[in-house]
Design a protein around this ligand. Structure first.
Ligand code: BYC
Length: 476
């Protein structure tokens, strides 16, 4: 069982025993706080927020609920407990003991993976920083802040690895994580989706459903890593990630439910008629889904990737739930890939190791479908004949085999001109975005109220009622 100490930086990694590391992290801490104040949630920093804080990794510790001002949140370093005698579960070194240090030959690659993972965490906080001023309820405001502080903690998790195991270049990378900015053309975040604006709550819920779910699958793959500290860190991050996806899934569910309910009550189904009733029409939701799903698919990297093959071969990154796979070397298997060739899409056999990004993406797509099915059941429960659909995975891609192709939501190839002429059928137009924004112009700060475009959640947080004062505004 891990013991947790309560130093300036809460941790279960015996930080106090490593003075050099402790000093390095304590030097990074004020920079993190500066970043949080500059790029974290806009306003609300002096409010008391009913937050879950991890104070340890054991069942009773990792979900401690209390009021806390966000800047006083105890961002800590927590690794899941080690698994005794753990061995490498896949790839060329399968069966050998896992590594407690970084092997020299994998140093650059591992650092790049950790930096890429780490970069997404502050990026998402930056993307969401202005949402507080248009929250649909105090319940949702609190959930937003919960997600934000935990993304901050996930940044700490990656920074701990960089500082502990990668010497000076690790420290430089940790500094750079606080310097890049989401959407900044001169110093953007590393991955595409984390530079997309996320300035309304429908986007936030879609982001938490689709982009955080990429987080789940990437963390599952890294939890398999032969580099044991990375595996232990990501295993603990996954416990927090589940809540973020809950926020996304139930958020979209409540928006969809509200629209379908109002449509049924008023017997209206035209887009303009539905909009006049103050709810988001379902075709517009489909467009937001198309956008966030497609940019999140890009996060898995290229379909055919020699990087992914070598990550797998060397034991750096496995498949999600590798233990459920049959052949852990993946040396003889093939993957039947849809490859664009001569103006059409053709099946091509790809060595399995080179298709590892696609294998992970397949698991992700199935998981997304499960959520979409739930949303559709909510629509159907009001007797509305409309189904949300995941677009074909080739649609609107910027990375990999389909990047730069002009593909419709069915997966068919179009010319650039044809695609551009129909773009607004598939993706939010300026008018759609303005409409969605028009519903979200001011915050709902009375705990008893809920914006008209979203249903109330079924239950509150940690046994509290939905109208509990989850955020105490302006209290010292
Ligand atoms: N945008 O072989 P390829 C989360 C680059 S989300 C821009 O196809 P590879 C969270 C790639 O870097 C989870 N560039 O890809 C969610 C490479 O560049 P170089 C984050 C991209 O290397 C919500 C080139 O294209 N975790 O936690 O197999 C809120 C060709 O590379 C993109 C991770 O991503 C892109 N989308 O795989 C908060 C896990 N995709 O080397 C948090 C760590 C690829 O030619 N990262 N490129 O310059 C990885 O495992 C891999 O880096 C990737 C890419 C899966 C991202």
């Amino acid at each position: 069982m891990s013991s947790v100490n309560a130093d300036r930086i809460p941790n279960n990694v015996h930080l106090a025993d490593d003075k050099r590391l402790q000093r390095a992290l304590e030097a990074w801490q004020p920079n993190f706080m500066r970043w949080w104040r500059e790029m974290g949630p806009c306003g609300f920093q002096d409010d008391l927020v009913y937050l879950r804080t991890a104070v340890g990794v054991d069942a009773g510790d990792w979900a401690h609920f209390d009021y806390v001002k966000m800047p006083d949140y105890r961002w800590g370093i927590f690794l899941a407990d080690p698994v005794a005698d753990r061995t490498i579960g896949f790839g060329d070194a399968m069966g050998q003991p896992v590594w407690q240090q970084v092997p020299g030959e994998h140093r650059n690659t591992l650092r790049r993976l950790i930096v890429t993972q780490g970069d997404t965490e502050p990026a998402s906080v930056e993307q969401q920083r202005k949402l507080g001023s248009s929250c649909p309820s105090v319940y949702d405001l609190r959930n937003l802040f919960q997600v934000n502080v935990e993304e901050g903690r996930h940044l700490w998790a990656m920074v701990y690895l960089l500082h502990s195991y990668f010497g000076r270049d690790g420290r430089e990378e940790a500094d750079a994580l606080l310097q890049r900015r989401s959407g900044d053309p001169d110093r953007p975040r590393i991955l595409g989706a984390f530079n997309e604006p996320c300035t309304d709550w429908l986007s936030f819920f879609m982001f938490a459903f689709f982009a955080d779910r990429d987080g789940k699958f990437q963390l599952l793959a890294l939890a398999e890593s032969a580099f044991d500290p990375l595996s232990r860190t990501t295993r603990f991050m996954l416990t927090e990630e589940a809540h973020h996806m809950f926020v996304g899934e139930t958020g979209v569910l409540r928006v969809v439910d509200r629209t379908a309910k109002i449509m049924a009550e008023h017997k209206k189904d035209g887009i303009d008629d539905v909009r006049k009733l103050g709810v988001i029409d379902l075709p517009t939701m489909q467009k937001y889904l198309n956008l966030w799903y497609s940019v999140s698919l890009d996060l898995f990297g290229g379909e055919i990737s020699s990087n992914a093959a070598s990550f797998f071969a060397s034991g750096l990154k496995g498949r999600a739930k590798e233990e459920q796979c049959e052949d852990h070397t993946a040396l003889s298997g093939h993957y039947a890939m849809d490859v664009p060739k001569d103006g059409s899409i053709q099946k091509e056999e790809v060595p399995l190791r080179n298709a590892m990004n696609e294998v992970l993406r397949d698991a992700y797509v199935d998981d997304c479908q499960r959520g979409v099915d739930k949303w559709n059941r909510a629509i159907a429960s009001h007797g509305i004949p409309f189904e949300l659909k995941l677009p074909n995975r080739r649609f609107h891609r910027h990375v990999g085999l389909y990047g730069g192709l002009w593909v419709d939501t069915q997966g068919d190839l179009l010319t650039e001109q044809q695609w551009k002429a129909r773009r607004d059928e598939w993706l939010p137009s300026d008018a759609d975005k303005s409409f969605v924004q028009s519903l979200m112009t001011k915050p709902i700060s009375d705990p008893k109220q809920m914006a008209g475009w979203i249903s109330a959640p079924k239950q509150g947080i940690k046994g509290r009622p939905v109208d509990f004062e989850y955020v105490r505004h302006g209290e010292a």
